[in-house]
Design a protein around this ligand. Sequence first.
Ligand SMILES: NC(=O)c1ccc[n+]([C@@H]2O[C@H](COP(=O)([O-])OP(=O)(O)OC[C@H]3O[C@@H](n4cnc5c(N)ncnc54)[C@H](O)[C@@H]3O)[C@@H](O)[C@H]2O)c1
Length: 256
Amino acid sequence: MTPNPFNLQNKTVVVTGGGSGIGAAIVELFAAVGATVHVGDIDLEGARNTHANSAFWQSIVLHHCDIADRSSVDAMVATVEAQAHIDILVNNAGVGKVGTINETTPQDFDRLYQTNVKGTYNMSSAVMPHFMLRKAGVIVNMASICGLIGVPDRFAYCMTKFAIVGMTKAMAMDHAKHNIRVNCICPGRITTKFMMDRINEYPDPEAIRAAMDASQPMGRMGTPEEVATVALYLASDAARFVTGACESVDGGWYAG
Ligand SMILES: NC(=O)c1ccc[n+]([C@@H]2O[C@H](COP(=O)([O-])OP(=O)(O)OC[C@H]3O[C@@H](n4cnc5c(N)ncnc54)[C@H](O)[C@@H]3O)[C@@H](O)[C@H]2O)c1
């Protein structure tokens, strides 16, 4: 029988921001295909509620972790590595902000930079020495359509997501020789709390929601599960010759 390349049996995975939305869907799918999944989330209570009724709760371990805080990241990585070798890191946690440059305060800029850019750096540089020692490892970064094109009203967010695409490609080049693959996903608009919070920042959320559905050629927003399946592909052996890639999951937006 052909082995299933999407199987994550005996794999140890860390998913940041796994307590909500896309990250939560990734946690559930990866646990369903056999992985032990460690969730690092700043909102531990929220993560607990999200996964409380999971059919795979025995394979899900929750940690409080603020990816913007290096000591918090180092503590979680040390805790997980003391139990098992990390095979796969999914840098999913991220925050957003609607606004042009003049609607972005220095505090907004720093908040997005610290979480999205520095957080991805913190997590990746914490696991990289372990991956290099073992000559094995996979990183999946959560970028965005906003990391591929300029999107109106997303000044700071685009800045951080372009940085994640850049870090992905640079790490892929540096570490291919160590058998470490690094790829990113560029979702379009996905129906999560994150997206609903952005929509509610506008004066007329209903009109914005309709415009956002229409902005994607498939005429709707995606679901967290539709991103999770692509994360599984990139994390698994099915993508063993894929590194430095940006996989769009956007209903065709980037093609136009
Ligand atoms: N929803 C979309 O339309 C969309 C589109 C493109 C990209 N993305 C990206 O996908 C990722 C997940 O987004 P989502 O829509 O699922 O968001 P979400 O708000 O539903 O979930 C984000 C999770 O990250 C956690 N988090 C936030 N800051 C953190 C920190 N400093 N340390 C640890 N955890 C932290 C939150 O507590 C939450 O559980 C983000 O990187 C986002 O930029 C989302």
